[in-house]
Design a protein around this ligand. Structure first.
Ligand SMILES: [Ca+2]
Ligand SMILES: [Ca+2]
Ligand SMILES: [Ca+2]
Ligand SMILES: [Ca+2]
Length: 286
């Protein structure tokens, strides 16, 4: 009984609202107020007995977004000895240790969907590229040979991983599918490399290349290794490049003015300017 009474009152309220709205819109003469009031009373009784109109829009509750805090992966030897990989919320809280080995674990790279982390580890004797789930479980070894393989950089769509390997005697840029298959060597020369970064649009890979320390220069190439372009050319250090989110700029470190400073240039190497800030290893926020 109580429920049917509530339903009745609810229908009554809806009906009167509709009628009042119609009356306010439709009445144009001076007696409208009185007439509207009268007809409201009459219609209330009549419409209350009829089914509740289905044209009244029912406001849908807005879904409440679940905030996922920005996270940062990093390597640290805070426990002494070898390095491990950690993840924290971007405000420095909620630090979790992801690796636990007696050897080097470092250079973490997030998969684009944030579900996995590629990294370099020396746990099998020489540094190799590994992948783990973002909680540190399900570790898979992607490279397995007697030479250095490290510094992985995930492609923007997550299908491939660029990395450095010295399997031909010095570090070169390689690419493999994200399951470790189909390894391709992209650069061939006698120089050493420290960093590799895939452009967010997927089209280019930038890397640094040195003949000796002072001659580190930055190069870019198409993602298949073709069309290598030298972007810097001077007698000073230029290294550890990283793409802007729109793939149109590159940030890097250079000591061309004395100290290591953070620079920015266009993707073709033009318009290189110093930010005036000392530092190394700059990375744009995605
Ligand atoms: Ca370790
Ligand atoms: Ca190896
Ligand atoms: Ca080589
Ligand atoms: Ca240089």
């Amino acid at each position: 009984m109580l429920r049917s009474k509530k339903r009745y009152l609810g229908a009554l309220c809806v009906a009167s609202c509709i009628v009042m709205f119609a009356a306010a819109c439709g009445s144009s003469d001076n007696n409208g107020g009185t007439e509207a009031a009268e007809s409201t009373t009459a219609n209330e009784t009549q419409e209350a007995a009829e089914p509740t109109p289905t044209t009244v829009p029912t406001p849908k509750p807005e879904p409440t977004p679940t905030p996922v805090p920005d996270q940062i992966a990093f390597q640290s030897d805070r426990d002494g000895g070898d390095f491990e990989i950690f993840v924290m919320d971007a405000d420095g809280t909620n630090v979790r240790q992801l690796t636990e080995s007696d050897d080097y674990d470092g250079t973490p790279s997030w998969s684009p969907d944030g579900e996995q982390i590629a990294f370099g580890s020396r746990r099998s004797g020489v540094t190799e590229v590994f992948v783990m789930d973002a909680d540190g479980t399900n570790v898979r070894q992607l490279t397995d040979n007697d030479d250095y393989d490290g510094v992985p950089s995930w492609s923007p769509r997550g299908r491939q991983i660029a990395f450095l390997s010295d399997r031909d005697g010095d570090n070169e840029v390689f690419v493999m599918d994200s399951d470790g298959s189909d390894v391709r060597q992209l650069t061939v020369n006698d120089d050493y490399k420290l960093a590799v970064s895939w452009s967010p649009d997927g089209k280019q890979i930038v890397f640094d290349n040195k003949k000796d320390y002072d001659e580190y220069e930055i190069f870019a190439m198409d993602a298949d290794g073709a069309n290598v372009r030298q972007l810097t050319d001077n007698d000073d250090y230029d290294g550890v490049p990283s793409w802007s989110p729109d793939s149109e700029r590159i940030t890097f470190a250079s000591d061309r003015f004395g100290d290591d400073e953070i620079f920015v240039m266009d993707a073709d190497g033009s318009n290189a300017i110093s930010t005036g800030q000392r530092g190394i290893h700059p990375v744009y926020r995605p």
